[in-house]
Design a protein around this ligand. Structure first.
Ligand code: HEC
Length: 259
């Protein structure tokens, strides 16, 4: 009698513990669906950034996101990594205005940007950024891919995650329902719409396409050296393979008289 009772008790306890552990996961799963996983050119050990996608992504950032979000860690000269020539970078820089100074009168002044300038953000400070966005701060995007779980999938998810709120969900004024934003209420109006930009290379500017391209650009901004790391990694690996081969051949030769 006793062993069966103990076994049942153990089973019941195990079931209870299992339920307790699983319950929060289940409710969470209902709240935020898993991020849609995208194929990224820079995934994996041999991954590299797709330059055409980065250029399109920079265009999306420049024409749309830069109205609210800065990319604080980027300089114009960094854009050469996207495949632009030095002349193109100079032209891109010159199309923006940078603050310089003070001049002889002690005044700061505006002048066309140069490749050596940091890419200027839309607001002079965080307070101004908040004031223009109903109290919410549009975060710096140059580190966002590293700073958020899911990385490029998160950025892609947010940009594609605007949906009508489900019945019974109260969206606060000035907020928008977004499937992938924690809490589902985001202070960013849906920034992308079909055809919002015209890509020079003829790529169709659908929302998923623009989201994918801008996420590629932002992934590069967060980790510009990934390409170099991967290239060095592959070379080191080849070097080690060749090295092992040489050492093995040498070992056989040296020990041959002994065998
Ligand atoms: C009209 C201003 C505006 C534009 C344009 C805009 N954003 Fe935002 N964005 C915001 C604000 C404000 C927030 C903060 C939302 C919050 O905290 O609720 C935000 C938040 C985000 C977040 C989530 C950040 C986090 O903390 O997890 C991402 C990602 C993002 N924006 C990317 C973009 C991208 C990419 C573009 C261009 C395609 C863009 N945004 C265009 C205002 C804007």
């Amino acid at each position: 009698m006793m062993p069966i009772f103990t076994a049942r008790l153990l089973l019941a306890a195990a079931a209870l513990i299992g339920l307790l552990l699983l319950a929060p996961m289940l409710s969470e799963a209902q709240e935020t669906p898993p991020l849609p996983h995208q194929q990224w050119s820079f995934d994996g050990v041999f991954g590299t950034y797709d330059k055409a996608a980065m250029q399109r992504g920079f265009q999306v950032y420049k024409q749309i996101c830069s109205a609210c979000h800065p990319v604080k860690h980027l300089y114009f000269r960094d854009l050469q990594a996207l495949g632009y020539t030095p002349d193109q970078v100079e032209a891109i820089a010159a199309s923006d205005q940078c603050t310089d100074g003070p001049n002889d009168q002690g005044q700061m002044y505006q002048r066309p940007c140069r490749p050596s300038d940091p890419i200027p953000g839309p607001f002079p400070n965080d307070q101004a950024a908040r004031a223009a966005n109903g109290g919410a701060l549009p975060p710096d995007l140059s580190m966002i891919v590293k700073a958020r779980e899911g990385g490029p999938d998160y950025v892609y998810g947010i940009l594609n995650g605007f949906k009508p709120a489900p019945a019974g969900f109260q969206v606060a004024p000035g907020k928008y329902y977004n499937e992938y934003f924690p809490g589902h209420q985001i202070a960013m109006p849906p920034p992308l719409s079909q055809g919002a930009v015209t890509f020079a290379d003829g790529t169709q500017a659908t929302v998923p396409q623009m989201a994918h391209d801008v996420a590629t650009f932002l992934a590069w901004a967060s980790e510009p050296m990934l390409d170099v790391r991967h290239r060095i990694g592959v070379r080191v690996f080849l070097f080690l393979i060749v090295g092992v081969g040489i050492f093995y051949a040498a070992k056989r030769k040296i020990w041959a008289p002994v065998h």
